[in-house]
Design a protein around this ligand. Structure first.
Ligand code: SF4
Length: 147
């Protein structure tokens, strides 16, 4: 693919997750070494602190378990990150599974009970709307484990 590939910053080994940890991923490490990765954390770009509360999407609204509504920050960060992707001519993104921002295909249902439902995180959805392909990093875990 021409242009860089956007990657969730936590997959690039940056401690951007809500609990201050990373999810360093071997495929993403290879993209970085090849100079092909553009790491982005839409939640940090939207102005949220790290560490921060865990959030989930309930009926299109991004909330914490205590009801704190951060939909606007999520949308602001995702919009800025997508804009950067378009400027950098990104054609595809490798994203962290299940996140309310980066999750593709399946996300938590807003009950904070570990229940997954079909749907996209805010960033993944906006990337798709912009015509950028999104790839769930878990797909590459499966391929790697198959050898
Ligand atoms: Fe990783 Fe995306 Fe969550 Fe940032 S918003 S920590 S990049 S999954």
């Amino acid at each position: 693919l021409p242009g860089p590939i956007a990657v969730s910053a936590c997959l690039a080994g940056m401690p951007t997750r809500y609990d201050g940890t990373d999810r360093a991923h071997p495929l993403v490490a290879r993209l970085i070494a090849a100079g092909k990765a553009l790491p982005l954390c839409p939640e940090q770009i939207g102005g949220l602190p790290t560490p921060r509360k865990p959030y989930e999407i309930r009926n299109g609204v991004v909330i914490a378990q205590d009801g704190d509504d951060v939909t606007e920050a999520f949308q602001r960060g995702a919009r800025s990150a997508v804009k950067l992707c378009l400027q950098a001519k990104v054609r595809a993104a490798v994203l962290q599974p299940r996140s309310p921002s980066c999750g593709c295909d399946m996300v938590y249902d807003g009950s904070f009970g570990g229940v997954l439902v079909p749907g996209h995180g805010v960033f993944a959805g906006m990337l798709l709307d912009a015509g950028i392909q999104v790839l769930n990093a878990a797909v590459f875990d499966t391929e790697a484990s198959r050898g």
